[in-house]
Design a protein around this ligand. Structure first.
Ligand code: TRP
Length: 76
């Protein structure tokens, strides 16, 4: 199977204790397959893969991608 990550990484920085990064499976089914817990100040550098096509972030965090930076608590 071809790689789905395009060599891109994203960066997630926790701004509070107990931020959860939840990996969602690629394909027709969408299931949680992994939860990573970050404490305040911890940084996760990660790629999307053949297994993971989306992530969900619970809690206060800053997410840096090639599209820019977004905070989970941004309001508009
Ligand atoms: N299993 C879905 C998929 O691979 C996961 C997913 C990707 C998703 N993007 C999404 C689910 C957007 C909801 C909304 O397509």
């Amino acid at each position: 199977m071809e790689d789905m990550n395009g060599d891109e990484y994203i960066v997630i920085k926790a701004k509070a204790q107990g931020v959860q990064v939840i990996g969602l499976t690629r394909g027709q089914d969408t299931k949680f397959h992994h939860t990573e817990k970050l404490d305040k100040g911890e940084v996760l550098i990660c790629q999307f893969t053949n297994h993971t096509s989306a992530i969900k972030i619970r809690g206060k965090a800053t997410v840096l991608t090639k599209y820019g930076t977004v905070d989970t608590d941004d309001e508009r």
